[in-house]
Design a protein around this ligand. Structure first.
Ligand code: ZN
Ligand code: ZN
Length: 137
């Protein structure tokens, strides 16, 4: 994919984006640094809430939540609750609560099955399978 100019989701600056990143290189770097700070703060204050972390370090709530969702704070063994990305129920790890996680994995599996089936049909249409192969089965 060719790089496209995109506005950074944090500072709003235009930057060339060749991947799926939402932030300009400076902000990405800044976030990395902030994530380190969050990790060490949480290590020292394992009982802190997301709001406490944000006001102590002046970081964005979304950054802390993103860290929690990606499991980056899990190894520190903290127990911070944040909302499920789908229904808003309080969870302590992952992106979704158990119920939503189950539903979403089910949906993904179903759509994967659909995609695979379509691909097979395409192959048949294109004649990838020869007659003999079909007769063999
Ligand atoms: Zn930026
Ligand atoms: Zn949920």
């Amino acid at each position: 994919m060719a790089p496209t100019a995109k506005n950074c989701a944090d500072c709003g600056k235009l930057f060339l984006n060749s991947g799926t990143g939402k932030y300009c290189p400076e902000c990405t770097q800044k976030h990395e640094k902030q994530m380190d700070e969050i990790a060490s703060y949480v290590r020292d204050n394992p009982r802190s809430s997301v709001d406490e972390i944000c006001s102590a370090l002046e970081v964005k709530k979304s950054l802390v939540i993103a860290m929690l969702q990606s499991g980056r704070l899990e190894e520190i063994n903290i127990n911070i609750k944040y909302p499920c990305a789908a229904c808003g129920k309080k969870i302590s790890h992952g992106r979704y609560c158990k119920a939503c996680g189950k539903k979403i994995t089910g949906e993904i599996a179903a759509s994967l099955r659909r995609v695979r089936k379509n691909a097979e049909l395409q192959k048949i249409k294109k004649g990838v399978y020869s007659k003999d192969q079909w007769l063999d089965k």
